[in-house]
Design a protein around this ligand. Structure first.
Ligand code: SF4
Ligand code: SF4
Length: 79
């Protein structure tokens, strides 16, 4: 009696846990450095660096879009 049993091993797809990071774009051409966004951000994501509004730490962004709503020049996009 043969012991030739072959089991086909299905490819197991490993789901990798991705750290979701927000992508924040600031149109610095339109930004007048009013700091409304950085003041309003509840997670202190944005910061003025050398008079240019910058993303301090995108990993702590909660995608609430308060910054997008408050910017008078419509220069922030978060996705
Ligand atoms: S989306 Fe919310 S948490 Fe993210 S930078 Fe804007 S205000 Fe801050
Ligand atoms: S609220 Fe808009 S214009 Fe004001 S600093 Fe932020 S990105 Fe610039």
């Amino acid at each position: 009696m043969g012991l030739g049993s072959f089991f086909k091993r299905g490819k197991k797809e490993k789901k990798e846990e991705a750290v979701e990071e927000c992508h924040i774009d600031i149109n610095t051409d339109e930004c007048d450095a009013c700091e409304k966004c950085s003041t309003a951000c509840p997670n202190n994501v944005l910061m003025l660096v050398d008079d240019v509004m910058s993303v301090r730490d995108a990993q702590v962004c909660k995608n609430c879009r308060v910054c997008v709503a408050i910017c008078p020049n419509d220069c922030i996009t978060v996705n």
